[in-house]
Design a protein around this ligand. Structure first.
Ligand code: SF4
Length: 263
């Protein structure tokens, strides 16, 4: 009989793969690999906790996505968050405080959650929440950022707190990145990457794959030379302009599926 698809098992295996890849990718970096080995032990304990809860009928996902702000300084073409008005230019209303987010992180930890993806808007606008996240060393927090607020204070915080992993959005080379995200963004991201590299910090990129960037040589160069984690995001057009931009990208997505999560 065909085994029923178990979403929880599938996600747990995905987490195990990311942890194993992370350990491999950081072997030559003592500070990073010491943290990753410690995190691997926490992640194993978290899997055990989720399995116990599952036996009691409670299904806990291994990862969460937390959108911690509705504010952002950029207006990228085709931004899904602006398209559905989750990111706006007005002051946030009814935003959770840093303390409330800290409580959520604590609960997540107790339940066996291993990853919390921090998103926005631009999550680095919420330094209070990022600082709260840094104290939960048993949880890995990939931070999906546009990279423009990464200053010395953030470099120091990320250096001290290896459970915070910046994932910077980039579209490929200068032309394609700046035309979608704004003039000067590409150079800013490359400067950030240089600094991360010189400090021995793990970091990643988030790439929205379209037929316009799949063959971009600069993107391939960046992946091979600087970036430790690559996340390929499938593009769904949500406006007339965006639909045109996304046309016929299915083949591009398929060709990225064979890439490892961590390189
Ligand atoms: S940085 Fe992110 S949230 Fe801000 S406009 Fe660009 S895609 Fe949207």
């Amino acid at each position: 009989m065909k085994k029923e698809f178990d979403i929880q098992e599938y996600m747990t295996k995905g987490v195990e793969r990311v942890v194993a890849d992370s350990i491999k990718a950081t072997l030559k970096n003592p500070k990073e690999s010491a943290f990753m080995l410690k995190f691997a032990a926490s992640s194993k304990a978290a899997s055990k906790r989720r399995a116990e809860l599952k036996n009691n009928g409670e299904h806990i996902p291994p990862f969460l996505i937390a959108s911690i702000t509705s504010q952002c300084n950029l207006h990228c073409e085709g931004c899904y968050s602006r398209c559905n008005h989750a990111t706006v230019d007005t002051e946030p209303v009814m935003q959770l405080s840093g303390e409330e987010w800290n409580g959520i992180f604590e609960e997540a930890s107790d339940l066996g959650v291993s990853f919390i993806l921090l998103a926005g808007g631009e999550p680095l606008l919420r330094k209070d929440v990022i600082e709260a996240a840094s104290t939960h060393q048993d949880i890995l927090f990939p931070i999906f950022t546009n990279g423009t607020f990464i200053n010395n204070a953030y470099f120091d915080l990320l250096d001290r707190s290896r459970n915070l992993i910046p994932i910077m959005s980039i579209e490929g080379g200068r032309e394609v990145t700046d035309s979608r995200r704004g003039i000067g963004i590409y150079d800013r991201l490359i400067r950030n990457m240089d600094e991360f590299k010189s400090r021995g910090l793990i970091f990643g990129s988030s790439v929205t794959v379209t037929t316009q960037n799949i063959d971009d040589e600069d993107l391939l160069f960046a992946q091979k030379s600087f970036i430790t984690i690559t996340m390929a995001i499938e593009y769904y057009g949500m406006s007339y302009k965006a639909v045109n931009h996304a046309a016929d990208c299915a083949g591009a997505i398929q060709s990225l599926e064979s890439m490892p999560a961590i390189i």
